[in-house]
Design a protein around this ligand. Sequence first.
Ligand code: SF4
Length: 402
Amino acid sequence: MDTKAFKRALQHSENYHRRGFGHKEEVATQLHSEYQSGLIQKIRDNNYTLTRGDVTIRLAEAFGFCWGVERAVAMAYETRKHFPSEKIWITNEIIHNPSVNQRLREMQVGFISMEAGQKDFSVVGSGDVVILPAFGASVQEMQLLSDKGCKIVDTTCPWVSKVWNTVEKHKKVDCTSIIHGKYKHEETVATSSFAGKYLIVLNLQEAEYVADYILHGGSKEEFLTKFSKACSEGFNPDTDLEKVGIANQTTMLKGETEQIGKLFERTMMKKYSPTELNQHFQSFNTICDATQERQDAMLELVEEKLDFMVVIGGFNSSNTAHLQEISEERKIPSYHVDSVERILSENSIEHRHLNGNIEISEKWLPDGNIIVGITSGASTPDKVVEDVINKIFELKQAAAVV
Ligand code: SF4
């Protein structure tokens, strides 16, 4: 499929919307009352610090809702206002946050369910409204919805669209896109649908394996088994790695994406000589500012003396998991929770480990004076962060009284 031509035609269709519907102010008031927090504003104004009793909270200087997420949620709210009686669907969670998704359910926005690993679009009828989430949708999904005669509200973040444009550029010059991301993540699924030839690498280790194959060859069978779910159909590592370009899932660790870019630049220079680099390597900066700012703020925060960290965000949120990774690397006790309900008592907390397991830890709240680092992922409303902070204050106060 000519994905570029399809996208252009879709954008000119009267059934396609990506700019909201003129209810911005009304929706802004509603969003403010549902998701903002007076306490968090107070902490921001107080140099990101608040002490109550024996608890000092240190907030990261950049955290929580990014503008791409705010924009997507606002567009979803506007869509409900604009189409009060139509059936509205969303192809996936609008963002990776349970409270926001629950709120949309209450507004009668239906989520497309998965049947045996496939989305079941049979429920969607002609004339229904379908919202595409902040991390986008694959070109095949867009085509299916367009063919069904749906009204499409596209909230894809412009940063994600920028990555799609990058892989289109790679395709134009017959260059394989090396995508730093998780092959199952919706954003990467969407990005790869716009790419020509592609290979998805999860981390620097996988990238090094590929770079080594470029320079020294190896077992093609082993290569294809290793990347069986992470490459384009018919991918041939012997011929499809002569020209590569870098793209990324916008929420990956910024430093790692940069390292992967540099690794392939060096590899191609070594293989083809510096003068021929431009014919074999393409790189565009597609790291999202918001992800970068949150990671940088976290890197600063973990330099401080903290008793523990609480990282707040959806359990399937990639950018939140990367924030958690930063504190675990520094050996700071760190708990990734998605809502205040995970704090079960002063003695136990349910949280997600980096390996994906959800576990209960005991004795997580130390006695005496404590300094608690707090951050949250790009899809977490301030209100959720406030609830967690208040719970910590409450538990510590109760413990002090006993
Ligand atoms: S994290 Fe970046 S790419 Fe993702 S929605 Fe936010 S601004 Fe957009």
